[in-house]
Design a protein around this ligand. Structure first.
Ligand code: MF3
Ligand code: CO
Length: 250
């Protein structure tokens, strides 16, 4: 349960890893159009990652078979790309990607609307993204880890959305998943004290309906139990002595 504090050298590598991942997301986001398959989204994403000389973090991670997690509508996270899964106007598509640059991982996710989407779906996407920003307002040295969790929870709860509980954010760096775990819902205890040099992946997963999720038979795809749609927003951040730095934005 030791939370790593990155050295100046490691922080420089994490910054570069994050910047590349931000570019991967920007470029891949432009490919999301009606008629594309989730298989092709993954294929293009992997090519973009490799074009920067990076390795996809997720490929073969615990047996996950692709480079980009593509999760559509009621799929929350870890959707497996499939030739037969075509996306249509009105869908919402969550793309989760990670890159390894010189041994350092960054991790980020975005949910895209395909063409015109419902007001309800757009509101969910917007609130999920904003909940990340509410969370990182608390991501400062000297604060406690669960101040982030509480801020996300109190922002989301006013909408009546379900906050996924079975999956959480995490430390990130030399490994994709490092300590600590970062829940997106309020905790009884305040958690560890945040320190400059921690790099964290903060990733609210928010459902239009209840918080409960299930796993499909493929043992990866997480879906909402009630079939309601779900959104995901994630960035890798650096705790500093001042404002947190978001490493996976351009
Ligand atoms: N961003 C995802 C997470 O932190 C990483 C997906 S792991 C994979 O859970 F195995 F699905 F690739
Ligand atoms: Co993550």
């Amino acid at each position: 349960m030791a939370v790593s504090i990155k050295s100046a050298r490691e922080i420089a590598l994490m910054r570069e890893s994050g910047r590349i991942l931000a570019e991967v997301h920007a470029r891949l986001g432009e490919e999301i159009k009606p008629g594309i398959s989730t298989y092709d989204i993954n294929k293009i994403g992997e090519e973009i990652i490799r074009s920067y000389g990076c390795t996809p973090s997720f490929l073969n991670y615990n047996g996950y078979p692709a480079s980009i997690c593509v999760s559509v509508n009621d799929e929350v996270v870890h959707g497996i790309p499939n030739r037969k899964h075509i996306i249509y106007e009105g869908d919402i598509v969550s793309l989760d990607a990670g890159v390894i640059y010189k041994g350092y991982h960054s991790d980020a996710a975005r949910t895209h609307g395909v063409g015109r989407i419902s007001r309800e779906a757009q509101d969910l996407i917007d609130a999920t993204k904003q909940s990340f920003y509410e969370g990182i307002k608390m991501a400062r040295a000297g604060n406690h880890l669960h101040d982030i969790s509480k801020a996300i929870d109190s922002y989301i709860s006013r909408f009546g959305y379900g906050i996924v509980r079975d999956l959480v954010g995490h430390g990130v760096g030399a490994k994709l998943h490092e300590d600590p775990q970062i829940p997106n819902f309020a905790q009884r205890r305040r958690g560890i004290r945040l320190r400059a040099g921690m790099t964290l992946a903060i990733e609210p997963m928010i459902n239009l309906g209840g918080w409960e999720v299930e796993w499909l038979e493929d043992d990866w795809t997480v879906v909402t139990a009630d079939g309601s749609w779900s959104a995901h927003y994630e960035n890798t951040i650096l705790i500093t002595d001042g404002e947190p730095e978001i490493l996976t934005l351009l």
